[in-house]
Write a protein of this length. Structure first.
Length: 638
């Protein structure tokens, strides 16, 4: 696994399109958009976080316990979201992009050689995200639909079928793209957050005693005086900050300033006010705990609140779905997963993509979870471990970035991040108590994804090594060919795709061996992924002349870009002249077969071969016209 470092300017043109330099109107638009996309997950936490935290006390909570739990919720938002993510982690951007794989690519620059530890952390963070991405739509939509138990008790038996129907509908429309409906996300979620704030203020005015929760000593008292129950409750309190990682993962879509302003002036205050309001209601009447959120609304407003909550949870589900698509694209580009079919759903926005395989696998997993658990309370037990794991991974890689990329020094970086790591570890410990109540599910999903990534990385490396065994260097080959008089020369240009340009490509060797012909101009073409999200067109092409007949051409792409070879070749203006419309592309197709070697365990070899067979065709992936491609097969035994 190799990474290349792109210059800072390589991503700046793309980043500038997201930055709020267009005035207050653009900034407000980006801020509103971030409310709709970035904060969908954390914004729907009031549906279940307070209820689950109070119910896990194990008895009707006393007034002091309610205040202590609300204090835990409020200060978790302040410390984890505001201080850790909004103030600190958002600074660790990779040319304007965030997320586990972007941070991994950034951290790799701290080392002269790729670090296996950083690679492990990056893939772990990505794998844990998939577990979260399947749980979030299930628990969010189910918790919203459960509001019907309050407004229309006769529909109790239909809660699960309605939730399943909504989920199927959500995934079914993904192929149409989110561009047309994305404009509605911001206003809907802004309405949602303002509603949360109004409900909270209403109950605060009726019972202001809950304001004692703003004193962090109440949170500390609850944790130190309740033993194992304190950690059990802390696992539910963590539900209030699930979705905080989205602030960093979606950094490239909106920029730091809009995300920060949205949290500080809309989302954060609304959530804190609502948790205080729910706490005030619980202080007045502990009998409402089972349906605390929906009972906090006046009776006339409960059905509209159910409908608004359902819309908000669908938006929250949409956010993790598009996040999974983006993450998978990054993983493919970085060589962590095999090529999958990627469809663009917008002619204007490059980031709006659809991956059919990922979409239907996620839908199947979400529906299976809803049918298996049947309620949001049961699913809440499975929620949290994946998110805490991702947060710890982010903190660990942030230490590397702060210490070596920003030259803080290791001591200062550890000193700054250690308090957040301790809080993350406390949350992880609390969530591990739910391991056998469903908490194993996200770990199981992450384990499967990690296994697939590890097998693909290892298998690709071994297959390349076996395929190139005995291959001569391209420089030596060019000298031999130049002296040969038995090779027929034909006009035109041939391009040979390979991942090892320093060695003779299989397709070139087989074409010369069997056809005994060579084009006048031969280009050894390699596509590289650099450790930056985007590469400027002026820096994409690197052409090197070997002799009169051979050239090496390297095309560089960021890990958020989709390769388009034909489009990139338009920018090759100097050094070699060729007609793109008459160029022939030679692609070597490797057929991986099980052999007698012991390079990989049998089960890994079988899994890798299956993944390789289902890998999306290189011709389509690199967007090469099929009528200009010659494929030459090579058998590789593993």
């Amino acid at each position: 696994m190799t990474f290349e470092t792109a210059p800072a300017s390589a991503a700046m043109s793309r980043l500038d399109s997201h930055s709020p330099h267009g005035g207050r109107r653009d900034l407000f638009g980006l801020m509103l958009g971030s409310v709709g996309i970035v904060y969908g997950d954390i914004g729907t936490s009031p549906l279940y976080a307070m209820k689950e935290s109070l119910l896990h006390v194990g008895h009707a909570p006393t007034s002091a316990e309610i205040v202590g739990i609300v204090s835990l919720l409020v200060w978790s938002l302040i410390i984890v979201v505001t201080l850790k993510y909004v103030v600190l982690v958002l600074r660790a951007d990779n040319h304007g992009e965030g997320g586990a794989l972007a941070l991994m690519a950034l951290a790799q620059r701290a080392f002269t050689r790729p670090s296996a530890v950083i690679l492990f952390l990056g893939t772990l963070g990505a794998a844990l995200f998939y577990g979260d991405a399947i749980l979030t739509p299930a628990v969010s939509v189910l918790s919203a639909v459960e509001g019907l138990k309050v407004t229309t008790p006769g529909l109790d038996a239909y809660v699960v079928p309605i939730a399943v129907a909504l989920i199927i509908g959500l995934y079914a429309v993904q192929s149409f793209g989110t561009g047309k409906v994305a404009g509605f996300f911001g206003p809907i979620m802004t309405t949602w957050f303002l509603t949360l704030a109004v409900i909270g203020v209403w109950h605060l005015s009726q019972n202001p005693a809950i304001l004692e929760a703003l004193n962090p000593l109440n949170a500390l008292w609850f944790m130190t005086s309740h033993g194992i129950v304190g950690f059990t409750v802390l696992g539910s309190v963590f539900l209030a900050v699930t979705g905080a990682e989205a602030l960093y993962a979606d950094l490239g879509h909106f920029g730091k300033k809009p995300i920060r302003l949205a949290w500080l002036f809309i989302v954060g205050p609304s959530l804190i006010l609502n948790y205080l309001g729910q706490g005030a209601l619980a202080l007045s009447d502990t009998s409402v705990l089972e349906n605390l959120f929906f009972l906090s609304a006046p009776e006339w407003g409960r059905l509209p609140l159910v409908l608004l909550a359902t819309a908000a949870t669908i938006i929250a589900g949409q956010a993790v779905i598009t996040g999974a698509f983006s993450l998978t694209q990054q993983a493919i580009q970085l060589g962590l997963l095999p090529r999958l079919e990627i469809e663009h759903t917008s002619e204007k926005e490059q980031g709006q993509i659809y991956l059919p395989t990922i979409n239907w696998l996620m839908m199947f997993g979400v529906v299976l979870l809803i049918l298996s658990f049947g309620s949001s309370s049961a699913l809440a037990s499975a929620y949290g471990i994946a998110v805490t794991g991702t947060m710890i991974v982010t903190s660990l890689m942030a230490i590397v970035v702060f210490a070596y990329c920003w030259h803080w020094g290791l001591a200062l970086a550890v000193l700054v991040v250690a308090p957040f790591l301790m809080i993350d570890a406390a949350f992880l410990t609390a969530n591990l108590l739910k391991l056998f109540d469903g908490g194993y599910l996200p770990l199981l999903i992450a384990g499967v994804v990690m296994t697939l990534m590890a097998v693909w990385i290892r298998g690709t490396r071994l297959a390349t090594r076996r395929a190139t065994e005995g291959s001569e260097s391209m420089a030596d080959f060019a000298r031999i060919v130049a002296r040969s008089s038995s090779i027929t020369r034909v006009p035109g240009t041939a391009m040979f795709l390979t991942s090892t340009p320093e060695l003779v490509p299989d397709a070139l060797r087989h074409n010369l061996k069997h056809n005994r012909v060579l084009h006048e101009s031969n280009v050894i073409l390699t596509v590289r992924t650099v450790a930056a999200p985007y590469v400027m067109e002026s820096e994409r092409v690197n052409l090197t002349r070997l002799d009169d007949n051979f050239w090496t051409l390297e095309l560089r792409y960021g890990f958020l870009e989709e390769p388009n070879i034909l489009k990139a070749l338009i920018h090759v203006r100097e050094g070699i002249k060729f007609d793109i419309m008459s160029t022939t592309f030679f692609v070597g197709r490797r057929s991986i077969k099980p052999g007698r070697s012991h390079l990989m365990p049998r089960w890994q070899r079988a899994l890798f071969i299956k993944m390789a067979r289902h890998s999306y065709d290189a011709i389509d992936y690199f967007q090469i016209p099929a009528n200009r491609v010659v494929e030459l097969g090579t058998r590789v035994n593993l």
